[in-house]
Design a protein around this ligand. Structure first.
Ligand SMILES: [Zn+2]
Length: 135
């Protein structure tokens, strides 16, 4: 058995939701007319730990729902995942900053460059490293 994130709603459940919402889209507050496509929307997205219950289920035009999901929900979910990954230390920089905390060298306030681990003075232009000059 697979765990389903959202429960299947019966026709009766969908119809009672629509009546409870007074046939209004919770995103644009417009009426949902007969024959118009509409979705069961989750006010707090399931991926942001919103509950799959009646308190979080709202009716929305299919167009409004898809636009809102793409423009608002997906970026928020992606951001939450990035923050969570960073919090747990799973996130690594693709291009670590020179002299940043992941670099083996660091530059002191007085301008000298030292090895981060040992604190020993490093030569100003080590052969393996590229140097960048401005001007
Ligand atoms: Zn709408």
């Amino acid at each position: 058995m697979t765990l389903r994130k959202r429960a299947h709603l019966s026709t009766t459940q969908r119809f009672s939701l629509l009546q409870r919402e007074k046939y209004r889209c919770h995103l644009c507050d417009g009426l949902i007319y007969v024959g118009q496509a509409w979705d069961v929307s989750h006010e707090i997205p399931l991926d942001l730990d919103g509950a799959d219950d009646d308190a979080n289920r709202r009716a929305a035009h299919r167009k409004c729902h898809r636009t809102h999901t793409a423009a608002v929900d997906m970026p928020a979910i992606a951001r939450a995942k990035r923050i969570q990954a960073g919090h747990h230390g799973a996130r690594v920089a693709r291009f670590p900053m020179r002299g940043g905390r992941d670099d083996i060298l660091k530059r002191r306030v007085d301008g000298t460059v030292v090895f981060r681990a040992t604190g020993k003075l490093a030569s100003l232009s080590p052969p393996a490293r590229r140097t960048f000059r401005h001007g």
